[in-house]
Every structure is written in structure tokens, then in C-alpha cells.
Design a protein around this ligand. Structure first.
Ligand code: FES
Ligand SMILES: [Fe+2]
Length: 407
């Protein structure tokens, strides 16, 4: 058994060593079940994943369920008011305990034989068990949960990477948008029948934006050449000063992360001149956030670890979370966040708020699925990245590094 595993690790190590820098990955990285197992062990279950905003669970007993590959976590506000995570796996014979995705509970009652857990994960009722049965040693197992300035993160290991760098460095840009005071105005899941890496790789590059996303390309400037972009950046910096917000930059993303820490990054990019925000006509879609006294016509990219990416306009934030469902299926969860006191129907309209990133994500889904089909072909061969796929190339280097890393 062990020899088989060693053999298999050697061949994966060889495959990793054979990857050509600056090229897309070999087919096996998308199709091989052994590589997927290794990804679960070394990447997916060892890294922080955005699980929502603290305002979604205001009261003790409010909960939501986060499903990632084979794992499921109940994230609940405990009796002490703190957010906690529990494996959604019954300590009797392993059934899922909570079958709803959101709600409020006084207790969690397993649907199989009725064992009951309180909102702090403690088992307190189990019928017909022997007199000496020890309930205290059958609490739900813990899943790591932490909150960074209002954002809830979960990680399926007891020894997750440190969040301290992100918490400290991103405090200032997150305060600019008053992340703690945001609320979720809309949330949508997009199931993408493709390996999770293809979904994230697509998000990481804008080489495809000009051709695939006419709506996005009308307002976002990421695909412009450097000279044109710098002129627009300069104008935005002047407007930022007038709006009372600072230009900040952090790049501890992927391979640039400090050892033992979750990677993170922040930057702000100008929109085209007449766009105040990412909306159909460039006009406001919600009240200004945090410190903004006016629209600076920018969009900030936040990245938190390997799966969670946020885009912050002056009046709303769009949070993207990509996770595997299985080797060939991924989920893209999008949260649209607005100021906590904004009222639907008066201050914002959900259709207008979600228009750009809904239409863009539907187009991405089609591209990703086409990509996946070709990658499964016997004619597929890794191809060279363009200069506009740098972030994707770094992401792939990080994946390969993590797969090689001894546990
Ligand atoms: S599996 Fe949960 S009570 Fe039996
Ligand atoms: Fe896209």
C-alpha cells in the first residue's frame, strides 16, 4: 500500500518537475484522480475559503452551511456570540447533520437517528445509548473559522495558514470601504462543469475580456496597454484624493505570500472615464461606501488566499468564491455587498446591482466549459501564456509548489 503511494507520489513529482514554466498545465492536472486527491489534501482542505459576511449571521443560532468538495461545515453564531465552525458530520454514524443551507436553529438534530447537538456543537441527547456512554466526547468536530473585518473565512484543518498579515495589511483598504458594515444584497451560485482550476484560471486573466465580455470591456481597463492605462490611473489618483481615499498596493499573492501565511493582495484600477461604478450605464447602483465622499471611478481587487477574490467599487463589492464540487465540477459563489443601511427598492435595485457580474459570469461559464472540453481531448497540449496571463501563470506555479510541499 505504502509502496504504491510512494510510487504514485514519485510519478506526480516527476510530472510536476516536467511542467514547462509559462505554459498551461498538462492534461493530467485536470483529469487524474490521484492528483485531485493530492489537491484535496494539500490545497483545498488546507486553505481559507470565504464563507460569507458576518452580517448574514447576526444572532446566536443563525447558521449557514459551506460545502467544499467532500467536506461540509456548519458555520454558526454560538451562544457566546462568536462565529464557530463544525464539521457537518454526525458523531454517531456519520450522517450529514444539517441539511439546510441557511437558517436559525436552537439545536441541530441529526436526521438519521435523532442525536441532538446544541449550537455550540455539544451532543446533549442520544436515545437508547448505554448508561456509560460519554456524550462529552461526541461533540461535533471543529472546522477553523475566523473573521477578517466582517468577512467570514473557513478552513478544513486545525492548522490553517496564518491570517495575521492579511488582517493587518488589509485593515486600511478594508476600512476605506467599511467592510464590517456591509451587508449581502444578493447571492448566487453558478455550477460550472469543469475542474476548479480552470474556473479560477479564467478569473485570473483578462486576455479573454475584450472578446468574451463586451459589457465588462466597456468600463474596465485591465486589457488596455500600459501607456493608456497609466493615463487613466493618473486621473483616478487625482479623483481619489478629492474623494478622501488613499492609493494602496499590497502584493503577497500566491508565491509571494510570506511563509506560513495565507496570501493576499490589494490594488485599485481606473474604470473608463464616464463610469462611476460597474453598472449598466456607469451611474451609481447603491449608496457610497465607507470613506468615499464621491465616486472616484475605480475598482479595487482584493485577493484572499487561493479561492476568494473581491472587487470593490465606490458603491458596492462583488465577492467571488470558487470551490470544487468534484474533480470535474466547480462552484462559483458570488455575493453582492452594499452598505449595511442601504434599503432594497429605495437605495438599490438587485437587478441593476447584479447585472454586470451576472452576465459576465454566465459568459465565463461558457468559456470555461469549452476550455474543459478541449483540455480533455487527446490533441490537447499545454500552450504558452500571453503577457496578459501573468497572474494565472503565478497561480499555477503556486499550485505546483503546494502539491510538492511535504506535509
Ligand atoms: S448518524 Fe446521526 S444520529 Fe445516527
Ligand atoms: Fe471572464
Amino acid at each position: 500500500m505504502a509502496a504504491g503511494r510512494n510510487e504514485q507520489m514519485r510519478s506526480i513529482e516527476q510530472l510536476i518537475a516536467d511542467q514547462k514554466p509559462g505554459y498551461s498545465l498538462d492534461q493530467q492536472f485536470y483529469t487524474d484522480p490521484d492528483i485531485y486527491e493530492l489537491e484535496l489534501e494539500r490545497i483545498i482542505n488546507r486553505n481559507w475559503i470565504l464563507a460569507g459576511h458576518a452580517s448574514q449571521l447576526p444572532e446566536p443560532g443563525d447558521f449557514k452551511v459551506l460545502n467544499v468538495a467532500r467536506e461540509s461545515a456548519i458555520i454558526v453564531r454560538g451562544s457566546d456570540g462568536e462565529l464557530k465552525g463544525f464539521a457537518n458530520v454526525c458523531r454517531h454514524r456519520g450522517s450529514l447533520v444539517c441539511l439546510e443551507s441557511y437558517g436559525h436553529a436552537d439545536r441541530f438534530s441529526c436526521p438519521y437517528h435523532g442525536w441532538m447537538y446544541d449550537i455550540d456543537g455539544n451532543l446533549y441527547a442520544a436515545r437508547n445509548m448505554p448508561d456509560d456512554f460519554d456524550m462529552a466526547s461526541h461533540s461535533l468536530k471543529r472546522v477553523s473559522v475566523d473573521v477578517i473585518h466582517g468577512l467570514i473565512f473557513a478552513c478544513f484543518t486545525d492548522e490553517p495558514p496564518s491570517l495575521e498579515g492579511a488582517r493587518l495589511d488589509l485593515a486600511e483598504p478594508m476600512a476605506m470601504f467599511a467592510f464590517e458594515d456591509l451587508k449581502v444584497a444578493a447571492q448566487k451560485s453558478y455550477e460550472i462543469p469543469a475542474n476548479w482550476k480552470l474556473s479560477i484560471e479564467n478569473y485570473q486573466e483578462c486576455y479573454h475580456c475584450a472578446t468574451a465580455h463586451p459589457e465588462y470591456a466597456r468600463m474596465h481597463t485591465l486589457m488596455l496597454d500600459r501607456g493608456k492605462r497609466e493615463r487613466l490611473q493618473g486621473k483616478m489618483h487625482e479623483r481619489m484624493e478629492a474623494c478622501g481615499v488613499k492609493d494602496l498596493l499590497f502584493d503577497f499573492i500566491d508565491t509571494a505570500a510570506r511563509p506560513g501565511e495565507m496570501g493576499y493582495g490589494y490594488s485599485r484600477t481606473a474604470l473608463f472615464d464616464k463610469y462611476k461604478t460597474g453598472s449598466r450605464d456607469g451611474g451609481p447602483v447603491a449608496p457610497l461606501l465607507g470613506n468615499f465622499t464621491d465616486y472616484d471611478g475605480g475598482a479595487s481587487d482584493f485577493s484572499f488566499g487561493a479561492f476568494s477574490f473581491l472587487l470593490a467599487y465606490s458603491d458596492h463589492v462583488v465577492a467571488y468564491v470558487f470551490t470544487p464540487i468534484d474533480r470535474d465540477i466547480s462552484n462559483c459563489e458570488i455575493y453582492w455587498l452594499v452598505r449595511g443601511d442601504a434599503e432594497e427598492g429605495k437605495d438599490y435595485d438587485v437587478d441593476e446591482l447584479t447585472w454586470l457580474w451576472d452576465i459576465t459570469t454566465q459568459a465565463d461559464k461558457t468559456i470555461i466549459v469549452n476550455n474543459s472540453k478541449g483540455v480533455h481531448s487527446k490533441y490537447y497540449e499545454p500552450g504558452p501564456f500571453s503577457g496578459m496571463e501573468r497572474a494565472e501563470s503565478i497561480y499555477i506555479d503556486w499550485i505546483l509548489r503546494e502539491l510538492k510541499r511535504p506535509l
